[in-house]
Design a protein around this ligand. Structure first.
Ligand code: CAA
Length: 445
């Protein structure tokens, strides 16, 4: 059977950075450790005034195509996933194709293009679309380009302001992939929720505390659905578990919940019983609140065990390294988590070929999806080609005054023209407006 999955990946981070403990926390009058320890973030990546979802997506896609020696005719499909779109009709993928056509001789006239929307899960849904297109045999030997790109900015003063970020992930989906094969098995957990939305507005309306609960509830549902076809999961079955990462503290909660679920009725629960007892079972309680309280107590104890902490340090923590430095990239976030863990494997000279990932995506509104991936032989070469460390190190460090100006410049409701903080080099840039209100782009050598 044809294997289909991710052949290559590229990351493009916004060219600016906001230091959360150093610059943001003092202005908010808060303890820097709320950011570094509580939310788990050191910095947010920010777009400079000439950057947006198109430039970041096109820059990531160009790096990917250039590195893989691809020409436009090798690509049969371009899907952009974003929740920061600026047009209700013309998809961002047409702008990206237009950018790439400035630097290639060929064109993408025979590539199917679209834009996917379902909050942060849309990047994974675009992977699905590409996977299904190839599996159905409609690709004529061509690959699909999936781009997850967002400027995840919140209104000034919103609690989510601390978790902002901006960047793009470009992925090439093909037969016989070099990086990971996607499983046929998938699980979904979806419900009509009002946790985070943008009803024709640029910055989100967020019920932050509730959004955390909805994330966990839908993720749990998705895991149960996945297990109904793939069989029960065991913590040792997966080398790593990359989750959608709005901020690492969210993943800390998801990891604990997932672990409790996976160890139920296993030798791990038995071994831990002497130390913390067995997990409470609903059938042993008359009232739901008492059951929930017992569950909370069990989770608090489980979190402190060496067994859990070792598993978390090995399986989850390495997925968070890049995220800590960039914040939330919405649609790109779970794909950054996957890249992070493979980069960890490369840096630690691990033999990961054939190892499995369990990937948990989430989009507010709300839906979670879980599938498995198998790491392929070419992963070292692919991940070794990433220059994410260089990109992160090259970002301009915003002062508070810079931050206020840049945030205003990206607020569609304000007409602010500011000097960029960085000088673009060999990249696509926003170059003003056209006669019908379209955005224009140029490649700067
Ligand atoms: N030292 C160490 N830890 C500290 C601390 C200190 N001095 N001060 C606070 N903390 C801890 C808190 O205990 C808390 O950790 P726990 O939740 O584990 O207890 C953590 O730091 C955050 O503190 P608060 O809960 O007080 O933070 P907040 O209320 O200001 O903001 C938030 C938290 C509501 C999630 C806010 O960041 C937010 O609204 N974010 C946007 C929404 C979001 O990302 N939701 C996630 C799920 S939805 C999703 O995933 C989709 C998406 O991408 C948006």
């Amino acid at each position: 059977m044809t294997t289909v999955g991710i052949d290559a990946i590229e990351i493009w981070t916004g060219n600016l950075k906001l230091d959360l403990p150093g610059t943001f926390a003092p202005q908010k009058g808060e303890d820097p450790e709320k950011y570094t320890k509580g939310l788990g973030l050191n910095a947010s990546s920010f777009p400079d005034s000439y950057e947006d979802i198109v430039t970041m997506g096109a820059n990531a896609a160009y790096r990917l195509m250039d590195r893989k020696g691809l020409e436009p005719e090798d690509i049969g499909r371009i899907d952009v996933a974003t929740e920061s779109s600026f047009d209700n009709s013309k998809p961002v993928s047409t702008y990206v194709a237009g950018c790439l056509e400035q630097v290639y001789e060929g064109d993408f006239h025979h590539a199917n293009k679209g834009e996917r929307k379902f909050a942060c899960i849309a990047g994974t849904q675009s992977l699905d679309d590409a996977y299904n297109w190839i599996k159905a045999g409609r690709n004529r030997g061509r690959a699909a380009l999936v781009i997850a790109t967002d400027t995840a900015l919140y209104a000034r003063g919103d609690a989510g302001e601390a978790t902002q970020g901006a960047g793009a992930v470009a992925m090439l989906i093909s037969e016989d992939p070099s990086l990971v094969e996607l499983s046929i098995e998938q699980g979904y957990g979806s419900a009509d929720e009002t946790d985070f939305l943008k009803p024709n507005q640029q910055f989100p309306s967020v019920d932050g505390k509730r959004s955390v609960q909805v994330y966990l509830a839908r993720m749990r549902e998705a895991l149960e659905d996945f297990e109904s076809i793939a069989g029960d999961s065991h913590p040792d079955q997966y080398a790593y578990i990359p989750f959608h990462t709005p901020f690492p503290g969210m993943v800390r909660k998801a990891g604990l919940l997932g672990y409790r679920h996976m160890i139920r009725d296993t030798e791990i629960e038995d071994d831990l019983a002497a130390e913390i007892g067995r997990q409470p079972r609903a059938e042993a309680f008359d009232d739901d609140e008492a059951f929930r309280e017992a569950l909370r107590e069990y989770m608090d104890s489980l979190k402190e065990t060496e067994t859990y902490q070792d598993w978390y340090a090995k399986t989850i923590d390495p997925t968070l390294t890049i995220s800590r430095e960039v914040g939330n990239w919405y649609t790109g976030s779970v794909h950054v988590a996957r890249a992070s863990v493979l980069k960890h494997g490369l840096e630690n000279e691990l033999d990961l070929t054939g190892s499995k990932l369990l990937v948990g995506s989430y989009g507010s509104g709300a839906e979670a999806e879980i599938h498995a991936e198998t790491i392929q032989e070419g992963w070292r070469e692919e991940i070794g080609a990433l220059n994410v460390d260089e990109q992160l190190a090259a970002r301009y460090n915003l002062s508070w005054d810079d931050y206020e100006e840049i945030h205003d410049a990206h607020n569609h409701e304000m007409d602010v023209d500011i000097e960029p903080r960085t000088t673009p080099e060999a990249e696509f840039v926003f170059d003003g407006w056209g006669r019908m209100g379209e955005r224009k782009y140029t490649f700067v050598e």
